[in-house]
Write a protein that binds this ligand. Structure first.
Ligand code: ATP
Ligand code: MG
Length: 589
């Protein structure tokens, strides 16, 4: 299949919006200034509501994850939309865990979700909620629905219920239990709560319309029996409310103004509105109700987003864990070297619309480069070293060279490193038989060692396999970098001196999949895993990198942006990940 790539047009001409400093951490304000906040249909709805005074000018959004998986880049999009709108309109965004299915949920997920939202730079701590906080009220409201004749206990089997639900073409069939009396329903529902019935014996359903063209309105189930302890409420409950019912009521209890979700919930909106309207008309919930607004989910090529598939990739060892740097989970992106501000910038740029959205990975990479270029300290690192011996340089002599920490910011000072008789250069910067237009090192040719001297290749020595093992060179003492009036040559390459450089492991990544949409290919999506998605090399690094720590980003000159691996890198045994190369696109797998 071909993927429609939305590049974001008109970047330069978009209006800039400065974030509300009161709720925005410093690093975030920086990005908001940089990013191009675009108007979109959600902003238009909010602005119209603010204009009419519908919610008294308030904007309260929420991000409602189910604690049953780790966050990925698609969630980051939703987080940025919700927290971003709250930020831009002086409102608040709630973090609410939709923890209604204890079978699949775990506190480990909840903690990781909190950690990643914090990492992304969004303030949630004063507004942290759980749907399970509302279990008592949700239950009371369910009894209220029963009392009004708007809910009943259904004792059909799951298969019968499925068969009687009907199809898009065919209306559903009323349950034989639909006309149970209020008393009988209340008694049965109470018994369900008291643990008197087995899982699956009964469900509580709203009584709406089994013939509705919208299947979501065909008497949706709102409570089921699950004899499973809950991570927060323990053994208190053995009936748990279902998503649509819980979600709408939780939104209303929290006085959410704009309940933003993804498009697959569009057909659920009539149910959302129905539930809230009934509770508002009986004075159980305040008015106005929140408005559900749907936008298209974010899809990125070369990924799969379903939680089930991500789990499968972890469990089958296709990736090393949830935080594998090849993964598009937020933990993986962070470990790879993505910055929170680059992800916010990317989310902002991809906008919010109703149209299906396929975004190219290169847009995510572009956001990272753009974020890092002005701030990342520079360093020279040779990823694939060849030894160079400079024969006219005295055996024990070392001389200091220096380079700016950042080429556009003198205030950050200079980094120092030695020039000595033995240095390493990149294997690809030497060609025994130079191709046309190759201006780097070749037999008899010259090249500048950046910030150092011009050297000339005198001869080479090969190992038993015929690979170049050592280059013997001479240097020209009149060519030290920065010497006024000094001569120059066409090529300049990076290098590291053996005298003060050090070795480190460097991990270079490629896409995890070889095809743009693994979900759309014949066979299993796992058949399209890229066997060459990880390459590990021993590199030579300049001394300024010795103290590098995770969460720091560096531009290795000519090689891309790198960050120490937060799991495996240790002082004295550093491991760097390449977050992104310097140019667009990957080498094909
Ligand atoms: P599930 O199928 O288990 O519901 P989910 O990815 O929707 O998976 P949730 O925990 O329900 O997981 O997601 C929390 C929020 O993130 C939801 O509001 C959901 O709409 C939003 N979200 C999830 N994936 C994307 C995506 N790719 N783009 C934008 N928003 C997303
Ligand atoms: Mg969901």
């Amino acid at each position: 299949m071909s993927v429609v790539t939305h590049t974001i047009a008109n970047r330069a001409s978009e209006p800039h919006r400065i974030a509300n400093d009161a709720i925005v951490p410093e690093n975030m304000a920086k990005t908001a200034e940089k990013s191009a906040v675009q108007s979109n249909f959600i902003r238009q709805i909010i602005e119209a509501d603010n204009g009419s005074g519908k919610h008294g000018g308030k904007v309260i959004t929420r991000f409602p994850p189910e604690p049953n998986g780790f966050l990925h880049i698609g969630h980051a999009k939703s987080i940025c939309v919700n927290f971003g709108l709250a930020r831009d309109y002086g409102g608040v965004c709630h973090l609410r865990f939709d923890d209604t299915n204890p079978v699949k949920e775990d506190i480990v997920y909840e903690n990781s979700i909190k950690e990643m939202i914090e990492w992304l730079g969004f303030p949630y701590k004063d507004h942290l909620y759980h749907a399970s906080d509302y279990f008592e009220r949700l239950f009371e409201f369910a009894e209220h629905f029963i009392e009004r004749g708007l809910a009943y206990v259904d004792s059909q089997s799951a298969e019968e219920m499925r068969a009687n639900r009907g199809t898009f073409e065919k209306p559903g069939v009323n349950s034989p239990f639909r006309d149970r009396s209020v008393e009988e329903n209340l008694k049965l529902f109470g018994e369900m709560r008291d643990g008197k019935h087995a899982d699956g014996a009964h469900v509580l359903r709203l009584k709406i319309d089994m013939a509705s063209p919208n299947i979501n309105l065909r008497d949706p189930a709102i409570y089921r029996i699950r004899h499973v302890p809950h991570q927060r409420t323990g053994n208190k409950w053995c009936v748990y409310p279902l998503y649509d019912y819980t979600h709408s009521i939780s939104d209303a209890i929290e006085r959410i103004t704009h309940s933003i979700c993804t498009l697959e919930f569009e057909a659920h909106r009539p149910l959302y509105d129905w539930v809230l309207a009934r509770l508002v008309e009986s004075g159980k919930l305040p008015s106005p109700s929140p408005q559900q607004i749907e936008f298209a989910r974010l899809n990125i090529n070369y990924t799969v987003m379903s939680k089930r598939k991500l789990l499968e990739l972890v469990e089958t060892g296709a990736v090393s864990g949830w935080d594998d740097p090849r993964f598009w989970t937020l933990a993986g992106l962070r470990r790879r070297g993505y910055t929170p501000s680059s992800i916010r910038l990317f989310a902002e740029r991809t906008g919010a619309s109703k149209a299906h959205q396929w975004v190219d990975w290169v847009d995510l990479e572009g956001a990272l480069r753009e974020d890092l270029d002005p701030v990342a300290a520079r360093a020279m690192v040779v990823l694939d070293p060849i030894r160079v011996v400079i024969e006219n340089w005295p055996e024990d002599k070392v001389e200091n060279c220096s380079a700016p920490v950042h080429p556009k910011d003198d205030s950050r000072g200079r980094r120092e490193f030695q020039f000595s008789r033995e240095v390493f250069i990149e294997r690809e910067d030497f060609m025994e038989t130079p191709a046309k237009g190759f201006f780097r090192l070749a037999p008899g040719g010259e090249v500048r060692l950046r910030y150092g001297y011009i050297i000339k290749c005198e001869r080479i020595e090969k190992d038993a396999s015929g690979r170049v093992a050592t280059i013997y060179a001479s240097f020209d003492s009149a060519t030290k970098s920065g010497t006024p009036g000094g001569r120059n040559v066409k090529g300049a390459i990076h290098w590291v001196s053996k005298s003060d450089g050090f070795e480190a492991e460097v991990r270079l990544y490629d896409r995890l999949f070889t095809v743009e949409n693994p979900d759309d290919e014949p066979g299993d999506y796992k058949d399209y895993l890229n066997p060459r998605s990880l390459a590990t090399v021993r590199a030579w690094c300049e001394p300024s990198l010795r103290a590098a720590l995770p969460d720091q980003s560096f531009q290795f000159e000519r090689n891309g942006y790198f960050t120490p691996d937060r799991v495996d890198s240790k002082p004295g045994a550093l491991v760097f990940n390449r977050a992104v190369g310097l140019k667009d696109g990957w080498k094909a797998g």
